[in-house]
Design a protein around this ligand. Structure first.
Ligand code: SF4
Ligand code: SF4
Length: 441
């Protein structure tokens, strides 16, 4: 059973659909005490998982039950925000047949969906510094990923993606599209942008990244947010590192508000962004117990910027430090195992509605109703060979090969971490490069 499900999931090319892209078959090749379905969807404006939980509650619990059995887990938990009333109601109605499964309602704070935060909220266990949930006996799986596992059991590999289209678009909505269509094509499904000058964020406004219109939908695309030119979110995302560092050196007043809200610090991990900021001004953290390596404990949630009254960006400094350390071959060696979160943690969790207001996104915090039914048809898809953590997949087709939707077109390199890739439309392989396979209908 264990090998069967792991092999099915590997064969189907399933990766974390919440944005992380970690190959799911690797997560399933373990023993766990608890399985958590991550339904927090804490990135503002995104509406995929909360609607999938409401519409496919029975399928989601069936998937979770199978994963719990597969991992030999004691329990399976669907963790979602307490204000996702429709989803919670739908799940509650289906729970009766599953004695090992339960719901856990999370508060409306950010980042409730951070893997380590959700493990602590649900189980009270702290994932060790530099660790992953399995180090606390927990496997965390995104809602859509779990549904993909059920699809794999029915013989369907990953060829489509649910995406919320929102922000400055005419009709915000959530759609299911083939992998490999462009961002521009996807935005058209929401009536196109409602402003002439805009940029697009792929993912949520907190951890997403700016992408060009010709980039494509992948297995990890959860949302596309059209952001008008001049919006403060763009000022934050586009601020060059050098400017950010100069501002840190001249404007950081060491108030430590960033450290007060840091979700990883609140788990008891030794990250204190205000001390890392001292590097910019003094070239020292002024604390022998802290080193630049503490930056490795940052999850990049960006909350520190919104706690800072000066709008500084400790997260950008941390990202830069991680890059420098990595280039020098210096790996994280911090591995404390706190037993409890920080004192008063529950009072320091950051309200998501306050965050949306600070982001300047209140006007876009609207429904994005899910549209299902027949998929739109597209004449061409461009499928990146790397849509996952790990190595790129290796093509198993040639230019001119005829492929059907769901055909394997690239596979995991031998003995590497990676994910298989399948054609998302039927057609002919039109081009293969070192990065992509193009299929023409
Ligand atoms: S909140 Fe801002 S000003 Fe205060 S310590 Fe952190 S970065 Fe510096
Ligand atoms: S981005 Fe900021 S708040 Fe988030 S984990 Fe890193 S230092 Fe902490």
């Amino acid at each position: 059973m264990q090998e069967n499900l792991t092999a099915l999931v590997e064969s189907a090319g399933i990766v974390g659909a919440g944005g992380a892209g970690f190959p799911t078959h690797v997560k399933l090749n373990a023993k766990a005490d608890t399985v958590i379905i991550n339904g927090a969807e804490c990135e503002p404006l995104l509406r995929v998982d909360q609607q999938l939980m409401a519409r496919q509650a029975g399928r989601l619990l069936a998937a979770l039950d199978k994963i719990v059995a597969h991992l030999g887990a004691r329990e399976g938990v669907v963790a979602l925000k307490e204000h996702y009333h429709t989803a919670a109601g739908a799940l509650q109605q289906e729970l009766a047949g599953y004695p090992k499964l339960r719901l856990h309602l999370l508060g409306a704070f950010y980042p409730a969906g951070d893997e380590q935060v959700i493990v602590y909220e649900v189980t009270g266990k702290v994932v060790p510094e530099g660790g992953i949930p399995i180090h606390a006996g927990v496997v965390v799986i995104n809602v859509e990923t779990a549904l993909n596992v059920l699809d794999a059991m029915d013989g369907h590999p990953v060829t489509e993606k649910y995406v919320t289209l929102t922000g400055a678009v005419r009709t915000p909505k959530t759609v299911r599209v083939p992998l490999g269509i462009t961002v521009a094509e996807a935005l058209e499904l929401a009536g196109g942008p409602s402003v002439a000058d805009y940029r697009v964020v792929n993912g949520g406004p907190m951890m997403g990244r700016l992408v060009p219109l010709e980039s494509v939908i992948t297995k990890t695309t959860k949302g596309l947010i059209a952001v008008p030119a001049g919006h403060p979110l763009l000022n934050s995302l586009e601020r060059p590192l050098g400017v950010s560092m100069r501002q840190a050196a001249t404007a950081c007043m060491q108030c430590s508000l960033c450290s007060e809200v840091c979700p990883r610090g609140l788990l008891g991990h030794r990250i204190q962004p205000h001390k890392l900021m001292r590097l910019a001004a003094y070239g020292s953290m002024c604390d022998p117990a802290q080193t630049p390596m503490n930056a490795y404990l940052c999850c990049g949630c960006r909350l520190c910027e919104y706690a800072c009254v000066m709008g500084l960006q400790p997260w950008k400094l941390n990202g830069s430090l991680k890059g420098i350390l990595g280039e020098q071959g210096i790996r994280n060696s911090l591995d404390n195992k706190p037993e409890h979160g920080a004192p008063f943690r529950e009072y320091k969790r950051y309200p998501v509605h306050k965050l949306i207001h600070q982001l300047g996104l209140s006007a876009y915090d609207v429904d994005a109703p899910m549209e299902e039914g027949a998929l739109p048809s597209y004449g061409k898809v461009t499928l990146p060979l790397r849509q996952n953590v790990g190595a790129s997949a290796e093509p198993v087709v040639e230019v001119g090969s005829r492929v059907e939707k769901g055909s394997l077109i690239a596979r995991i390199p031998k003995d590497k971490l990676g994910a298989n890739l399948h054609a998302s439309i039927s057609g002919t392989v039109a081009a293969i490069s070192s990065d992509t396979i193009v299929v023409q209908a």
